[in-house]
Design a protein around this ligand. Structure first.
Ligand SMILES: [Zn+2]
Length: 173
């Protein structure tokens, strides 16, 4: 999935485990679950607009990815400071693509990083959860620009959860 979705998942998970007592346990759980959330969300990638190759000649591809970049920056400005721990682990697996595409762009070879190791690890872990295998059979919308709406809806739902949790906290204090 796109980074804004991963960022929001990281924020929500950290909010859930923002314990004052047992802080270290809360942080460990946040890191683990945020990392795992990445694999779960990426399972939905086929269902959303995710063309296999960049297409700089497509107005839709360019405008969508420009918007995603701007929203990513906006979300990081809004939430990095209080929720960097959860966001970091929710985004961490995409370091795979930094290494892999970075090698292509820079024409260098890092022998031990030719494959998306972290995504492979998540894939291996989720393959052990048969209850989630239905996610592998979702319709493939990767080339369908209308499927952008699926990710927009997901982002909206995650934003509502964050908003709701903020309200609850205010009411509690
Ligand atoms: Zn990913």
């Amino acid at each position: 999935m796109q980074e804004p979705t991963h960022i929001l998942a990281g924020v929500i998970i950290q909010k859930c485990f923002d314990w004052r007592k047992l802080r270290a346990v809360g942080m460990a759980l946040t890191a683990m679950l945020a990392f795992l959330s990445h694999g779960l969300l990426d399972k939905l990638a086929n269902f959303t607009y995710h063309p296999a190759h960049a297409d700089f000649h497509s107005a839709i591809w360019v405008s969508y990815h420009t918007t995603v970049l701007l929203v990513t920056i906006l979300f990081l400005v809004l939430w990095w400071k209080p929720y960097w721990w959860g966001i970091l682990f929710a985004m961490l697996p995409d370091i795979d693509w930094v290494f892999i595409h970075g090698q292509e762009i820079l024409h260098i070879k890092i022998p031990f990083y030719r494959e998306p190791h972290l995504h492979n690890l998540l894939h291996w872990l989720y393959a052990r959860v048969p209850a989630l295998s239905f996610l592998d059979h979702l319709p493939n919308n990767r080339e369908n620009p209308w499927a952008i709406l699926c990710e927009v809806v997901l982002v909206a739902v995650l934003l509502l959860i964050i908003r709701g949790s903020g309200k609850k906290k205010k009411e509690a204090t």
